[in-house]
Design a protein around this ligand. Structure first.
Ligand code: NAI
Length: 460
């Protein structure tokens, strides 16, 4: 029996960051992870490999696009998909190896196997030589797994989730994507750029539910221009494959034949065989583990963070929760401000958001002022040739406090950091407008949108 102060079950972004913070604060930490590599969905089969493919496919599209207009003539650019996939795998290997190094540096003991709670302060690890672990504190950070739909036969190949879509060995002729959310749009646009016909089927009458509807509508126009086909308000009733082609059944419409199906209709909490019943923890009706404001479960000494407790299923949200939970355990204080957690869709252009959407403000009856500024009126955006999109800032009508910032455009995912920091400091739109932004940068679009809240944008 190995003893620790803290056992973390799950080595994804929430769990491994919590383990590091706990070690920094002097705890003796063990982390149980069943996959051979640390990093969770994010590093192994999510954020990082998808970003590698997004970047590579954007480069490919750029080379095959209008570079000639800029005086760069490239003849005969070809796609070597297997090399592109190898590059992605190298990126993943380097980063997961980096976490191993961080664990060594912080003297965190790693156990490779399935962690299961077997009683208060007790965890078993299947597949590892260790007979069992005990600790004063247990942190559950087991993340989430893809959801599916009734009638869909996931075969782990032709009909699959993002895991398969990150590794298709050849460019599909026709890819059907079910669900126009984060994954569907990111992976759909990757394969579109690499040459697939892509059809996105979405249940709602809009894409990207949860994002500002106006920004989502602009995104839809842009993706259609990029050649993606959308069928909105579309209820998928089944998908089957004969191993070569697939048939997707839709309620009230003709079935679609394609050669690959990506099911991206959300994710569900992962509590499989976690032994929650041994300590009396009951999940909520949707399968999430209920926690209080300090991430404590109903069982003494057992905490949970990240996708498994619900809320935005984002790596950085899990990281924040991991750190806050550990600081609370050790120092008695830890806090996450859920209002300033940004969300980013890494399509081209990127879509980023922090705070409340216009829809939410209207629904809540909050009086607000809005400032918008387009990238096309920005010198840097023109110079780099990425002029689609805009920044929208929503500020309280009375106090001018920034309530939400929504961006579609080049590097939106980086630009949103300024908005998150501003909101964390309780900034007004006037505060952002009065901050000097370097010229020529894309960040000037944020400043101009802040000026526009007061009707005084300068370059439009
Ligand atoms: P999602 O929740 O983003 O989107 C799912 C989409 O599927 C929604 O538009 C929903 O209306 C639609 N849908 C649901 N049932 C349907 C049905 N029966 N037929 C057709 N459409 C249906 O989920 P997604 O894309 O699977 O991503 C899972 C999670 O992973 C998300 O919570 C997201 O936050 C996270 N993620 C984050 C990324 C990022 O931060 N860039 C990238 C990828 C995933």
């Amino acid at each position: 029996m190995a003893e620790h102060d803290l056992i973390v079950i799950g080595g994804g972004p929430g769990g491994y960051v919590a383990a590091i913070r706990a070690a920094q604060l002097g705890l003796n930490v063990g982390c149980v992870e069943k996959a051979s590599a640390l990093g969770g969905t994010c590093l192994r089969v999510g954020c990082i490999p998808s970003k590698a493919l997004l970047e590579s496919s954007e480069l490919y599209a750029e080379v095959n696009g209008n570079l000639a207009e800029r005086g760069i003539v490239v003849d005969g650019a070809q796609l070597d998909l297997s090399k592109m996939l190898k590059h992605k795998d190298r990126v993943v290997r380097a980063l997961t190896g980096g976490i191993d190094a961080l664990f060594k540096k912080n003297k965190i003991t790693r156990y490779n196997g399935h962690g299961r709670i077997v009683g208060p302060g007790q965890v078993s690890v299947s597949g590892d030589e260790v007979s069992g672990l005990s600790a004063k504190h247990i942190l559950i950070s087991t993340g989430s797994v893809p959801s599916s739909l009734p009638g869909i036969e996931l075969d782990g190949d032709r009909i699959g989730t993002s895991t398969e879509a990150l590794a298709y060995s050849e460019v599909p002729d026709h890819l059907v994507v079910i669900g126009a959310g984060y994954i569907g749009l990111e992976m759909g646009t990757v394969w579109r750029r690499l040459g697939s016909q892509v059809t996105v089927l979405e249940y709602l009458d809009r894409i990207l539910p949860g994002m500002d509807s106006d920004i989502a509508a602009e995104a839809l126009k842009i993706f259609k221009k990029q050649g993606l086909n959308f069928q909105l308000g579309c209820k998928v009733t089944g998908a089957t494959t004969d191993g070569k082609s697939c048939t997707v059944e839709i309620d009230g419409a003709d079935p679609i034949t394609c050669d690959r199906v990506l099911v991206s209709v959300g994710r569900k909490p992962n509590t499989t065989d976690l032994g929650l019943e041994t300590v009396g923890i009951e999940t909520d009706p949707r399968g999430f583990i209920p926690v209080d404001e300090h991430f404590a479960t109903s069982a003494d000494g057992i905490y949970a963070i990240g996708d498994v407790i619900g809320g935005a299923m984002l790596a950085h949200k899990a990281e924040e929760e991991g750190v806050a939970c550990i600081e609370q355990i050790v120092g008695g204080y830890g806090h996450v401000n859920y209002n300033t957690i940004p969300g980013v869709v890494y399509t081209s252009p990127e879509i980023a958001s922090v705070g409340r959407t216009e829809d939410q403000l209207q629904e809540a009856g909050v009086a607000y002022r809005k400032g918008e500024f387009p990238f096309i009126a920005n010198g840097r955006a023109r110079a780099v040739g990425h002029t689609e999109g805009r920044v929208k800032i929503l500020a309280d009508e009375q106090t001018d406090r920034v309530l939400g910032v929504h961006i579609i455009g080049p590097h939106a995912g980086d630009l949103i950091a300024e908005a998150a920091v501003a909101m964390e400091f309780g900034a007004s739109s006037e505060d952002i407008a009065r901050c000097c932004h370097a010229h020529p940068t894309l960040a000037e679009v944020v400043k101009e949108a802040a000026l526009a809240v007061d009707g005084r944008a300068l370059h439009i």
